[in-house]
Design a protein around this ligand. Structure first.
Ligand code: ADP
Ligand code: UVW
Ligand code: MG
Length: 418
């Protein structure tokens, strides 16, 4: 018997799952033992939830968790108090690492891989550093005696994007020497969704054309053709594409050069302009923009509730998000030659916002997509299924699905099928 820990360091969350595997007996089913989820990780109080399968659940707000490292340490304290679980039995720790550059396969962490991921931290400032902080704890012999740490990269799923889509229209010699191209992210989520939707539709994954919306604190869209990523909305970094909890998403790149910390003033406004260093502008666009800037909250649930009473804040944020999502659905529909099996909603917002699903479904109905069923849409919240159809039962055209994504399981499945 061996225990496998899977860790997903998201921008606002840390999600962890512990599995029991039987490497010596392939017929013995793998068992999920417990899960832990810490959200609002950098805006205390963090929400800590810890659930033992068929056992106890702990849910609390904690002020002493302020980053991924303190969150993971708190999880380990809970794990140590768990009867029947011995940390010594953990043989593998799977880590989701958002930016893997040109790595196409999972990597066993050694000094070289660690340094490589560290170097890529500038390209995923909200993510790679957080994952490395957790990896560092797992590499410490006092914490994990025999465990191997393996990294699974979000970027790997998008290696199939062809050059005319992944290249930027800049000098290709510079672009190639400096690795400046679209990498794309949320790849573990997209590969879990592809596998789950294929099971649900009972079709081979390699035959599916999907438009998938992973809408969470970081939000992206992916165009999947014949089971492979053809395009995705994030780019060189996870900042591009759709706006998120604290990220601006796509902007005119020139905005950076006109941006001052006295919002609205242009650089030619002599005397009053406050010049920001480019890296400060990048920091603001990553951490002070998105819902936080528009509506004063990072919670899309609150935005949804307040959109009528606060049209200039929450209302603007909601409508702007709908507009940006439509940009991608429309263009991906064309890239797939209108041959789409399903549009899939996922991520914290996609899985929980009945309202956003309803508004988006209404807007894309003109392309022949299934009409949304109000009843099925409302029933998503209480359901346990991984994939749900929210279209009306007699619908024709591309299906409307919701998939509860699971990036922790995805890396584990990869490990267990090798
Ligand atoms: N009921 C809800 N309605 C709308 N949005 C929600 C709801 N519940 C959670 N969310 C959104 O989901 C986000 C978290 O998404 P998730 O994919 O779990 O995050 P992360 O990107 O950190 O992995 C929250 O910040 C919140 O905006
Ligand atoms: C890539 C990314 O934005 O990830 P997350 O949504 O987990 O922050
Ligand atoms: Mg996430």
């Amino acid at each position: 018997m061996s225990l496998v820990l899977s860790v997903n360091a998201g921008s606002s969350s840390l999600k962890i799952a512990l599995f029991r595997a039987f490497p010596e007996n392939k017929d013995e089913p793998v068992k999920l033992l417990l899960t832990c989820s810490i959200s609002n990780i950098s805006t205390p109080p963090a929400e800590f939830s810890y659930k033992v399968q068929n056992g106890s659940t702990k849910q609390e707000e904690l002020n002493d968790i302020h980053d991924h490292e303190s969150g993971f340490s708190h999880f380990l304290d809970c794990l140590d108090a768990e009867e029947g679980v011995n940390r010594e039995d953990i043989t593998h720790v799977c880590h989701r690492v958002v930016h893997g550059g040109d790595y196409s396969d999972p990597v066993l962490i050694n000094d070289e891989a660690y340094t490589h991921i560290e170097r890529l931290s500038d390209l995923a400032p909200l993510h790679n550093g957080a994952a490395l902080a957790v990896i560092k704890i797992c590499l410490s012999k006092s914490k994990f005696h025999h465990a191997k740490s393996i990294t699974f990269f979000d970027t790997a799923f998008h290696r199939s994007i062809p050059p005319h889509i992944s290249s930027y229209a800049i000098d290709q010699k510079d672009a190639k020497s400096r690795g400046l191209k679209k990498y794309g992210f949320h790849g573990l989520s997209y590969s879990f969704i592809l596998r789950s939707v294929a099971d649900f539709l009972q079709k081979p994954a390699s035959s599916l054309n999907l438009i998938v919306l992973h809408l969470g604190s970081g939000a992206s869209a992916c165009c999947i053709r014949q089971g492979q990523s053809l395009d995705t909305s994030m780019g060189l970094t996870p900042l591009h594409g759709l706006p998120g909890a604290t990220r601006s998403g796509a902007i005119d790149p020139s905005l950076i050069f006109h941006y001052t910390n006295k919002a609205g003033r242009m650089s030619h406004d002599e005397g009053s302009a406050v010049h920001l260093h480019v890296t400060q502008a990048e920091h603001i666009l990553n951490t002070e923009a998105g819902w936080k800037a528009l509506a004063g909250t990072t919670d899309f649930g609150v935005i949804t509730q307040k959109r009528e009473e606060d049209p200039e804040g929450a209302g603007l944020a909601f409508d702007l998000f709908v507009d940006r999502v439509l940009n991608y659905v429309g263009s991906y529909h064309l890239k797939l030659g209108a041959q789409v099996d399903a549009l899939v909603f996922s991520g914290g917002i996609g899985e929980h916002s009945e309202e956003l699903r309803a508004v988006l479904a209404e807007r894309i109905a003109c392309l022949g997509y299934a009409s949304i069923s109000a009843e099925r849409n409302a029933a998503v919240q209480g359901a346990e299924d991984i994939v749900l159809d929210v279209g009306v039962p007699e619908a024709t055209g591309p299906r409307l699905l919701v998939c509860r994504t699971n990036e922790e399981v995805c890396s584990f499945i990869f490990l267990s099928t090798r």
